[in-house]
Write a protein that binds this ligand. Structure first.
Ligand code: PMP
Ligand code: GLN
Length: 394
């Protein structure tokens, strides 16, 4: 069996996701789960009703390969209304099984073996796995300091003849950073000068609390080289429906579709109908999701700071990162396991979002996409165990 059990080495380091691991720990320890980012209440009931109606109306067989025309048109209209971006719903929109599939299919479709993909570190966990599945190589640029900024010269330094794609995420998981137009211009400049593609994951585009989400594809020279990815999961609080999309120039969308059609072929027929309704009414529904999320962010951030977990500024997403104090030996990974056992609260060590996962910077990601009473319960548990936690980590 030695030969038979010698599995795909590219994937050897990705045997499980930290999110599933920590959610399992939350169940095992009866913890409040502020780890994995999924809301604990459903999105607007009108959207759920639209999905039920779609099932009853018989939209239950394979939808068309690129997605149902209504949803492709709704995605195109959304891009135009919010950002002034014109996309042809026939050739420049692809519906995917969530943003996760869109990212993976983009890497497989756009990269050749040995091409290099640049990631900003810390990065969302599926990116490294998607790059590996594509047989490409990842290169990383660090986001540094309290505002998780990057040095444009660090970006220039990792570019080589083999660089194909810059894979970017804004608003950013895990930090809650919203890249500024200036930062995006610096990235665009490098992309244009070196003839690179940019794949940008904008799943948190409607969860911005300060400043504004800015699409990099609107910058000069970027339209033809940017594939933009988003998803219904966060904007409408239906993470389990797995409806995502990729928009951009026809050749990039076609390449992504070539991969997607042999991964899932198609997905989520009735939910595609419901999300086309949601996107057509995005002005109403995204506010219904964003407003309480902002209150929950404030509640968690204030509570954590009161308890002495110093938090980094977060302007968007579901997440806030706090610092264990940077004292040597303050391992976030160890602390998170102890926290679950001691206080019954689960958070995620930010080390899981680093290229070298042993590089533990003593940072923890907490999610605030939970009901206020759940956040209060977590804060109460942390308060009750404050002294023991301090003895371990601060
Ligand atoms: N990208 C980022 C940055 C995320 O945080 C997530 C997590 N939901 C995803 C992609 C995955 O999105 P989806 O559920 O639509 O696959
Ligand atoms: N995006 C969510 C997070 O960052 C988790 C989604 C998943 O588990 N794949 O927590």
């Amino acid at each position: 069996m030695r030969k038979a059990l010698n599995f795909n080495r590219q994937l050897a380091e990705f045997h499980s996701t930290i999110f599933a691991e920590m959610s399992a720990l939350a169940v095992a320890t009866s913890s409040v789960n502020l780890g994995q980012g999924f809301p604990d209440s459903d999105g607007p009931h009108e959207i759920a009703d639209a999905a039920i109606e779609a099932i009853r109306a018989g939209h239950n067989q394979y939808p068309p390969g690129p997605g149902i025309p209504e949803l492709r048109r709704a995605v195109a209209s959304h891009q135009l209304r919010y950002y002034g971006i014109e996309v042809d719903s026939e050739k420049e929109v692809l519906i995917t099984a969530g943003a996760t599939e869109a990212v993976c299919a983009a890497m497989v479709g756009l990269c050749n073996l040995g091409d290099e993909v640049v990631l900003f570190e810390p990065f969302y966990d599926s990116y490294a796995a998607s790059v590996a599945i594509a047989g490409a190589t990842r290169k990383v640029v660090s986001l540094k300091g309290a505002r998780f900024e990057f040095d444009p010269s660090d970006l220039e330094k990792v570019i080589s003849d083999r660089t194909k794609v810059i894979l970017l995420n804004t608003p950013h998981n895990p930090t809650g950073k919203v890249f500024t137009p200036q930062e995006l211009s610096a990235i665009a400049k490098v992309a244009v000068e070196n003839d690179l593609l940019v794949v940008v994951d904008e799943v948190y585009e409607h969860l911005v609390f300060e400043g504004m989400h800015f699409p990099i594809s609107t910058l000069p020279g970027m339209r033809d080289r940017t594939l933009t990815i988003s998803s219904a999961a966060k904007s409408f609080s239906f993470t389990g429906w797995k409806v995502g999309w990729a928009t951009g120039p026809a050749p990039l969308v076609a390449a992504t579709r070539s991969a997607k059609q042999f991964m899932t072929y198609v997905n989520a027929a009735p939910f595609q109908h419901a999300i086309s309704y949601a996107l057509d009414n995005a002005e109403l529904f995204t506010e219904q999701v964003r407003r309480p999320m902002e209150d929950q962010r404030n509640r968690l951030v204030e509570g954590l700071n009161r308890l002495g977990f110093s938090t980094f500024p977060t302007s968007g997403t579901y997440f806030v990162v706090s610092d264990l104090g940077g004292s040597s030996g303050s391992s976030a990974a160890r602390f998170c396991v102890e926290l679950a056992n001691l206080a019954q609260v689960v958070a995620i060590p930010v080390s899981a979002f680093y290229h070298d996962q042993t590089k533990d910077k003593g940072q923890i990601r907490w999610t605030f996409c939970k009901r206020p009473e759940v956040i209060e319960e977590a804060l109460q548990r942390l308060t009750d165990h404050r002294d023991q936690m301090k003895a371990r980590a601060f």
